[in-house]
Design a protein around this ligand. Sequence first.
Ligand SMILES: NC(=O)c1ccc[n+]([C@@H]2O[C@H](COP(=O)([O-])OP(=O)(O)OC[C@H]3O[C@@H](n4cnc5c(N)ncnc54)[C@H](OP(=O)(O)O)[C@@H]3O)[C@@H](O)[C@H]2O)c1
Length: 340
Amino acid sequence: MLTCSIIGATSFTGNELIRLLVRHPHVKIGSLTTRSEEKIDVREQVPSLGKASDLVIEKFNFQKVVRNSDVVFVTLPHTFAMKIAGDFYDEDKVVIDLSADFRLKRADLYEEWYQEKHTRKDLLKRTVYGLPEVYRGQIKQANLIANPGCYPTGSVLGLVPLIKNDLVKRDSIIIDAKSGVSGAGKKLSQATQFSEVDENFGAYKVNRHQHTPEIEQTLSDVALEKIDVTFVPHLLPVHRGILSTIYVRRKAGIKKDKLVKAFEAFSEQEPFVRFLGVGRFPTLRNVQYTNFCDIGIAMDNHSDQVIVITAIDNLLKGASGQAIQNMNIRLGFPEEAGLL
Ligand SMILES: NC(=O)c1ccc[n+]([C@@H]2O[C@H](COP(=O)([O-])OP(=O)(O)OC[C@H]3O[C@@H](n4cnc5c(N)ncnc54)[C@H](OP(=O)(O)O)[C@@H]3O)[C@@H](O)[C@H]2O)c1
């Protein structure tokens, strides 16, 4: 059995990875690490493990993790992930980095949007962006997988069938996305404290959210030409889930049937995409605690406007579930292993 370790295991995404890995049929857990000097009983963080679990999270020790691991998941904040993910890649581990550090192919874009220097530019060309629905073939060969951001996953999956089949005007994309608070991680901030979020709702980082270039990079790859989008994120007063409403104009002469068929074909070939049809729309409740991306669409005969609505769990299809899916693809396990 192969062994997996998690660096930053106390994170929201680390906790979710533990929950999924303990019941994965083909791997076992090696090291779970923290910066803390104190050992942490995993049952305090992942209560569903129950009484029998003796897993502990302990202080990060690079050599110990190297000895203990075939696969290393990195769930650290961006910029801190860069060095550690690179160090394990240098030790020939399969590294799945959940941070943003290796997602953008262009270091200058990373430095512009994240306001940090990229110290492992040498690895950007060797990294594969871990969105299976677009890059499955490359993921099978990759030793460094940049797990996608949560907003980009929900947004891009709603657009891939339309762009791939050349059904829409590529300069007309508007994405209006709403995320639960766990998207911001465990660290405390004024914007995400209970009194700010509870019974409240608002947009933030309008047209300047760091996931914008990531969405554009993947859509441009699919389209084989540069695509720009308008992206407006909002903070929802719920714990988990992202609902994205996407507005795009269909090309002249493209009928409803063609749009529907494109989504049906996409959902038939993708194990974690569920197309609900025309006029049936996803909700957060139906995707929470699952690795699915649900998609519904609307359109009418009087205008060229197409509306696509997607829902994902930001901590699963938007993070840890997708990371397991990537591991399954890379290691040749059934893609759904440990995820259903
Ligand atoms: N939350 C989401 O929905 C989501 C979705 C997709 C991707 N991501 C990305 O996945 C990564 C983890 O996200 P998260 O939300 O799960 O994080 P989180 O809950 O905020 O936790 C991050 C963990 O990293 C460790 N850490 C914090 N600062 C550190 C530092 N300066 N140096 C080393 N370790 C540090 C902490 O562990 P200790 O204090 O125990 O050391 C902490 O538990 C981030 O890069 C995030 O952008 C998150």
